[in-house]
Design a protein around this ligand. Structure first.
Ligand code: PLZ
Length: 459
């Protein structure tokens, strides 16, 4: 099913939706650009695959050497609707010519209001909701915490093991992993408490038992009366696409509600159609007090939001929330088009199609290669964990080998997990079944090679 998607809005040549490797990876032009970059961009900003991208469309990235990659990363879950999808490009282009910026807190505009209406409509819960728009996921987390503190008059922020919430000062303190996100960057924000999570593959606990462990920990080490909020990712993203055991999240939400703790769902990676629902909270029957969204809500333009119960959102004093670029008109116009495109193109069903094709293939890989120790995820947010099948000792080297092999063969894959031993799949919803099958065949080959080498080195 090779197709060529329309790129009329960009005026560029259509990009054939196939992988094509025409040079070594990275190619000569990428290597040249990389040299220039090393002179002017600090080491702290690294790149997983230093091939320099010139164009993208649908599920395909085209680099400066003419190589085409099937993109299983979507910019870490941002171009969920596909790269440069025509109605989104069109909406942003039109907005560019109308008005680029006024600052909503000086002179407002309709696009911001419309995005707030759409988020109110599509986040779980049938009650009055309000939204503040900001620029990035971390900024949404920061604002969610600000609002929860103001509403409750409490300071404590609870997070879970293996969480990831961003790179700002407060969010560095909320992440599980110190390196590379926080090492050497202290002092860190106080009043952040990290509790055990539910990680079925490793803890083997039922949802009820895992929730009991989390709640007991928070009650003993902080006390509910000092907690403003509990921030959870319904499916943990950077932590390794960890799907909690059944009943875990509802039990946490119930405890929050009973104790006046604001329950915040960080849906920055799991949200916006990726899992076959607008927000992953729906799969667990959650109705969060606040939902944090970013990444996929504007298909690549910088936009993020905090959406929640009107009475909580209104706790902040006039002038207490804002920022120069938050809810920028072009990003907001793109976001409106994203919502419309999800409906018109039936993208929730596409996420389910992707699960229907990819998950059985991953389960086959597990049958064939014992190192594929766990297969998990929902919709187009799937992962395999590579570990010793008996001891569950993580095998990050296997993930690195697979990613390198895939890149050389025109498939962009990303790792995840506290031990970098999770291979995550978060393609755009434009990825075809054929592209999925090609990618899995390449992974299969890479695991075989890696396992072969592992055997040779131990002989
Ligand atoms: N919350 C759940 O996944 C961003 C990080 C990329 P920003 N995850 C990708 C990197 O290495 O910086 C993320 C997330 C969850 C918050 C964030 C933060 O979102 O838009 O990157 O600030």
């Amino acid at each position: 099913m090779t197709n060529t998607l329309d790129t009329t809005a960009t005026g560029s040549e259509p990009i054939e939706q196939t992988r094509r490797v025409v040079t070594e990876i990275p190619g000569p032009r990428s290597r040249e650009l990389h040299e220039r970059r090393l002179a002017v961009v600090p080491k702290g900003v690294s790149s997983a695959l230093p091939v320099y991208i010139e164009k993208a469309h649908g599920a395909i990235l085209v680099d400066v050497d003419g190589n085409q990659f099937i993109d299983f990363g979507a910019g870490i879950g941002v171009t969920t609707v596909g790269h440069t999808v025509e109605p989104v490009v069109q909406a942003a282009a039109e907005q560019l010519g109308d008005v680029l910026h006024t600052l909503f807190t000086i002179t407002p505009y309709e696009e911001y209001v419309r995005v707030a209406e759409l988020l109110a409509e599509h986040t779980p819960g049938d009650f009055a909701k309000k939204t503040v728009l900001v620029n990035s996921g971390a900024e949404a987390v920061e604002n969610g915490v600000k609002i929860a503190r103001k509403h409750t008059g409490r300071n404590g922020v609870a997070v879970l093991d293996h969480a990831y919430h961003g790179r700002t000062n407060l969010t560095m303190a909320m992440n599980y992993k110190a390196s590379p996100y926080a090492t050497g960057f202290g002092p860190f924000a106080g009043d952040v408490y990290r509790a055990p999570n539910s990680y079925p593959f490793h803890d083997g606990l039922s949802g009820a038992d895992a929730a009991k462990r989390t709640i007991t920990y928070l009650e003993k080490t902080v006390g509910a009366e000092d907690l403003a909020c509990l921030v959870v990712e319904p499916i943990q993203g950077e932590g390794g696409f960890i799907v909690p055991a059944d009943g875990y999240l509802p039990a946490l939400q119930e405890w929050c509600t009973a104790n006046g703790v604001v329950f915040i769902a960080d849906e920055i990676q799991s949200g916006m159609a990726r899992t076959g629902a607008y927000f992953a909270s729906e799969h667990f029957g959650l109705v969060p007090d606040l939902v944090l969204s970013a990444k996929g809500i504007a298909a690549g333009l910088p936009l993020a939001g905090v959406t929640g119960r009107a009475e909580i959102m209104d706790a902040a004093q006039p002038g207490g929330l804002g920022g120069t670029f938050g809810g920028n008109p072009v990003a907001a116009a793109a976001s409106i088009a994203v919502f419309e495109h999800i409906e018109q193109a039936g993208l929730l069903a596409e996420a389910r199609r992707i699960e229907g094709t990819l998950k059985p293939l991953l389960l086959e890989l597990q049958q064939k290669h014992p190192i594929v120790a766990d297969v998990r995820g929902i919709g187009a947010m799937l992962a395999i964990e590579l570990a010793d099948p008996e001891t569950h000792e993580p095998d990050g080297a296997a993930v690195t080998a697979i990613i390198q092999h895939a890149a050389k063969n025109g498939v962009l894959l990303l790792s995840a997990g506290t031990y970098a031993n999770v291979l995550r799949f978060l393609p755009s919803l434009a990825v075809t079944d054929e592209q999925i099958r090609e990618a899995v065949a390449i992974i299969d080959e890479a695991i075989g090679d890696h396992a072969g080498k592992a055997v040779l080195t131990t002989v």
